[in-house]
Design a protein around this ligand. Structure first.
Ligand code: FAD
Length: 150
């Protein structure tokens, strides 16, 4: 017989009381974590969402930008690196930009530069490096296996 409650609700009559209590506690924990989505961003969340913006911006940068667009992108990244609200992160970014100035000649260059900069941070944090030859698959076209088309 179909249950009247949501399929995700722990089922009170399906098992013993202890199991039901555990399921209910686990569900409340999940709800609390999900409920945090309206709270101020921490460094990780801000980082993930900012990378989404930066890589997507690079993915849609013109193939043949005008001189003004190239100038504006340099200015944007310079100002961004001054105002990014995680101060350590902003400092790391400025250090890297001194050694590796932003490349703005076309979409491919900017996307590769962004990927290299992100990999520098990944390295600093002991994270896995990303294969930059696939940056447009990740941020513009979707993976070649079609998994993003579903
Ligand atoms: P993220 O590193 O946020 O990556 C998000 C997604 O991007 C990944 O899931 C992957 O699909 C893709 N990706 C990963 N690497 C690349 C790449 N090289 N090119 C393209 N796509 C990629 N945190 C610190 O603790 N210290 C810092 O100094 C610091 N500096 C930062 C500087 C900037 C400019 C930004 C935007 C963030 C910085 N962060 C820093 C945050 C940090 O980089 C991560 O965003 C955060 O730790 C969350 O990491 P994550 O594992 O969820 O994935």
């Amino acid at each position: 017989m179909a249950s009247a409650s949501s399929p995700h609700e722990p089922c009170r009559v399906c098992g013993d009381f202890k199991t039901w209590q555990k399921q209910k506690a686990a569900r409340q924990k999940t709800t609390t974590v999900e409920g945090k989505s309206d709270c101020p961003a921490d460094r990780e969340q801000l980082g993930r969402e900012t990378w989404t913006f930066l890589h997507t911006m690079a993915a849609y940068y013109p193939e043949q930008p005008s001189v003004a667009q190239q100038h504006d992108m340099k200015t944007f990244m310079t100002l961004f690196s001054k105002f990014y609200p995680c101060k350590d992160c902003a400092e790391h970014l400025r250090d890297r930009m001194k050694e590796h100035p932003v490349k703005v000649a076309n979409q491919k260059e900017l996307s590769q530069w962004m990927c290299d900069i992100h990999n520098d941070i990944n390295k600093l944090l002991g994270k896995k490096l990303f294969d930059c030859s696939r940056v447009n698959e990740r941020w513009r076209d979707g993976w070649k296996d079609g998994s993003c088309d579903l």
